[in-house]
Write a protein that binds this ligand. Structure first.
Ligand SMILES: NC(=O)c1ccc[n+]([C@@H]2O[C@H](COP(=O)([O-])OP(=O)(O)OC[C@H]3O[C@@H](n4cnc5c(N)ncnc54)[C@H](O)[C@@H]3O)[C@@H](O)[C@H]2O)c1
Ligand SMILES: O=C(O)[C@@H]1CCCCN1
Length: 311
């Protein structure tokens, strides 16, 4: 298999197949069994001139025979820039021979697996009677979060906020279901039961004083140790879950700078070794993990080879 392009990955990847695999992978990761998942903290190279970073995300799942690495560049672009904020490729390798089996587009994988993991955190940590979802940001992640959240849950209202009026308009035109555009973050999140923060902000946009007690926040942006999306009050009041403790300690400004305690990894909740505090305000601080890309790429590869062998 050579280069699998964006359209091919989009055609082959579906949330209904991806979500159970990701949930299983989160559980495996949190067991810290090196035969299940070996995933060192990713390395990061700053691209100062272009206000970006390159991340290298190797992962080995010995028991499943999956060896992969994602290479991803992300940028803190000016608003309105036509250049992409995130570009990625995923390499799948044969662990015995060391050859590359597939190189595939990583942008769709990044969008879908990140939104799917936020949906898993929301499934596990949101109150069952939830009615209102708020999405902060209107970029690629906002779209994938809208798609999977409206597929998985039955919210009565989905609100969205963007600091860019144009972005808000584009988002509302491109989604297939109902959405309420909001002019301020406060208007979007007041009374919301679930909130997804998917911005490129480097300073807090979501403040604890606006958040309904018992709400669940899936915090996806702010992936640098000095970047924030959530304020100290929210971080300290909420029960904080992370994807990886090591990752959060090295990369999450919201965790490091607030001094908030990390209660558990999402995988601990999947494994039943830590409780899901649905009754409390919860934050899931997502940074993204190589194992999420590994299982997503393997799923694409399996479906691609199964189809190719029938032709
Ligand atoms: N946790 C993960 O696994 C993961 C994966 C991919 C991307 N991300 C991060 O998620 C964020 C969104 O990614 P994307 O691909 O949707 O980017 P994008 O560029 O497509 O969208 C970014 C959105 O943030 C808004 N924005 C930019 N600067 C802002 C500011 N200062 N305040 C408020 N809003 C601002 C933009 O208007 C836009 O709506 C980025 O920070 C990215 O690094 C995280
Ligand atoms: O895990 C990822 O793929 C992302 C890419 C962009 C920055 C944060 N992490």
């Amino acid at each position: 298999m050579d280069k699998t392009n964006v359209h091919e990955v989009r055609r082959l990847l579906h949330y209904r197949e991806l979500i159970p695999r990701l949930e299983e992978a989160l559980g495996k990761f949190s067991r810290r069994d090196s035969a299940e998942v070996l995933q060192p903290v990713r390395s990061s190279v700053p691209l100062h001139k272009h206000r970006g970073f390159m991340l290298s995300m190797p992962t080995y799942m010995e028991n499943s025979g999956v060896l992969s690495t994602k290479l991803v560049c992300f940028y803190n672009r000016e608003e309105g820039s036509s250049l992409p904020a995130v570009q990625a490729s995923v390499l799948l390798m044969d662990p015995e021979y060391g050859n590359v089996k597939a190189v595939m587009d990583g942008e769709v994988i990044t969008c879908m697996r990140t939104a799917a993991v936020s949906a898993i955190s929301t499934k596990l940590l949101m109150r069952p009677e939830a009615e209102v979802l708020a999405i902060l940001g209107t970029g690629k992640q906002a779209l994938s979060h809208y798609t999977v959240f409206t597929e998985m849950f039955s919210f009565k209202e989905v609100r969205v906020w963007s600091r860019s009026g144009q972005g808000l308009q584009r988002f509302c035109q491109s989604v297939s279901g109902p959405v309420t555009p909001c002019v301020s973050v406060e208007e979007a999140v007041r009374g919301a039961d679930a909130i997804a923060t998917v911005t490129r902000s480097t300073e807090p946009v979501l403040f604890g004083r606006w958040v309904k007690p018992g709400a669940h926040v899936a915090a996806v942006g702010a992936c640098r140790p000095d970047w924030r999306e959530l304020d100290d009050a929210l971080m300290r009041e909420a029960v904080v879950y992370v994807d990886s403790r090591e990752g959060a300690m090295s990369e999450s400004g919201d965790v490091i700078l607030s001094g908030a305690e990390m209660f558990a990894e999402l995988g601990d909740v999947v494994n039943g070794t830590k409780p899901a505090h649905r009754e409390k305000t919860t934050v899931f601080k997502s940074l993204g993990m190589g194992v999420q890309d590994a299982v997503s790429a393997q799923l694409v590869y399996d479906k691609w080879t199964a189809q190719a062998s029938k032709q």
